[in-house]
Design a protein around this ligand. Structure first.
Ligand SMILES: C[S@@+](CC[C@H](N)C(=O)[O-])C[C@H]1O[C@@H](n2cnc3c(N)ncnc32)[C@H](O)[C@@H]1O
Length: 225
């Protein structure tokens, strides 16, 4: 068995611990420090890809669509969003941790086909929240994979995204018929209720971590109607 080599580490803001970026042959891993486990592995990305396929399915024939991706990770959601929209569209990706962007510009780039090099991509280093509280309709799709989901946050500042206050602000920055797609490690009935109360039309899908196998993840699809 080839041993893991630690390539780099990065601090998570607000004393959130550390990310450890490692490589073993062609496989990459980003782990959270302590016992919090693996955040991403370059071999396991089916639900991250499907997040964009479902969240952008209404944009197939749309010109000049604007998609916001929250959380670059290993770039699979971003890459899949770029495949889902046409050449006149743009995709903005927000990533909290500068080193994650650097890793994607370097060794991680090939994993998802170098989506940061696509001329339609704009990277914003910082909290996705800053792009979600502008209070004017801006996005045709918002794809969020910044944490475990509404429950069991790894980064407590992300609570806002799943709260009534946060969801109301997100609703305001969505164009009519836009889709909010949120990745979650598991189902959350109360979160669905919260989305519906705000006015979203909600659909929930279960998606496997690998095609046809692996953990069952949840994708919340919330449409602004
Ligand atoms: C599970 S990974 C995303 C994986 C990604 N969907 C992919 O395809 O590889 C979560 C990412 O979100 C970032 N993140 C966490 N909170 C964030 C926030 N509030 N704003 C922007 N990025 C955030 C983390 O640093 C991490 O890179």
């Amino acid at each position: 068995m080839i041993p893991w080599t630690l390539l780099d580490t990065a601090a998570i803001p607000n004393n959130g611990g550390e990310l450890k970026f490692s490589q073993r042959d062609k496989e990459f891993s980003i782990r959270l420090s302590g016992i919090r486990g693996e955040l991403m592995n370059s071999r396991v990305y089916n639900s991250e890809k499907v997040l964009s396929e479902l969240g952008c399915s209404h944009l197939k024939n749309r010109k000049n669509a604007h998609v916001l991706v929250g959380g670059l990770g290993m770039g699979y959601t971003l890459s899949s969003a770029l495949k889902a929209v046409d050449e006149t569209s743009q995709v903005t990706v927000a990533e909290l941790i500068p080193e994650v962007v650097k890793w994607n510009q370097g060794p991680l780039g090939n994993c998802a086909g170098n989506p940061l090099q696509d001329p339609r991509t704009t990277v914003r280093v910082g909290d996705v929240k800053q792009l979600l509280n502008t209070q004017k309709p801006t996005y045709d799709a918002i794809l969020l994979d910044v944490d475990n989901g509404p429950e069991g946050l790894t980064h407590s500042d992300n609570n806002w995204i799943y709260s009534v206050v946060g969801l109301k602000e997100i609703y305001q920055v969505m164009n009519d018929q836009a889709m909010l797609a949120i990745w979650s490690a598991g189902p959350d009935y109360l979160f669905e209720v919260r989305l519906k109360k705000i006015g979203f039309k909600v659909d929930t899908r279960v998606v496997r971590a690998r095609p046809g196998k692996g953990s069952k993840h949840t994708i919340f699809l919330a449409k602004k109607v």
